[in-house]
Write a protein that binds this ligand. Sequence first.
Ligand SMILES: [Zn+2]
Length: 369
Amino acid sequence: MSEEIELGYTADYHVHLRQGKMMEVVTKSVTPGGVSIAYIMPNLSPPITDIDRVVEYKASLEAISPKTTFLMSFYLCKELTPELVEKAAKMGAIQGIKCYPAGVTTNSTDGVDPNDFSAFYPIFKVMEDNDLVLNLHGEKPSVSKKHGESHESSEDIHVLNAEPKFLPALFKLHSDFPNLRIVLEHCTTKEAIEAMHKLNSDLKAGEQPKVVASITAHHLYLTIDDWAGNPINFCKPVAKLPEDKRALIGAALSGKPYFIFGSDSAPHELSKKSLHIGVCAGVYTQPYAISYVAEVFHQYGQIGKLKNFVSTFGNAFYSIDESKLKSKDKCVIVKKEFKVPEVLIDNNITIAPFLPGSTLQWSVEWTSS
Ligand SMILES: [Zn+2]
């Protein structure tokens, strides 16, 4: 009999399911990818900033993937009011709000300036009072200017230091709103991991952290050399240096409840990955999300710790009520290898998955309830 491990109600706390035809294709991949609970990003075009749209978007996702429990979010921007946020929280329409610094990633032109969050403090207060989660894209926007423009900033921000340069803003937010639950999304640097240990240094055994970091599958594999010249591996935040990757793997394996799984699976059509100018950022991991992570835990001889990272810790932080899940099926990984296809083609959409053509050792199955 092959080896198998039951992972419970697996959760991916950072998912892009897009809209239109792309949504129809990628939403189908959530359950086969091994994910029971999916926290959905609001960066549609236009971004999700009202109750009607978030309710409608959730219904369309549920129609495609009925066994997935979808947790929804708003996009932090000037259109949001404390009254609207409170109403959405009380209805259970959203579980959190995503904050994108302006211009750092796909559909983020409406985002926020992380140098000054104060305009949003009334919203953060309502979030804290209503137990909503603040999801931070933790990068300072780059100051690179178009040719001919002058460089006005005193700080040089670029893809390698954008996350460390953001961390002081995270410490300030936590100290101004100590009871607000905050996620530093898709962290990629040694500095971010050290910051999480520091922010949680007083955490007692069994106590719930207020500030956690999510880690993707692909950042457990990639370093800068893997995406320079390879658009399939190009994502934001970009993968950093080998020492950063080691710190991320160490964090995922650490057994600390403030490191949780969020794939940041971000599909783009292959044609948008093959432009000679303006390649789209994003790695598509959804169809094999849990298998990619299992592979790394396996390599380090720590497969027994996988359940904490992809299920227990995130679900505790997000206060998941198991009685409200859409399906009671549990994810089981089985030691049975399979090959990741070179490309996925569905409904006339072609997408390259992460690690095309490679062999993964753990397959996903589900217990039926
Ligand atoms: Zn994302």
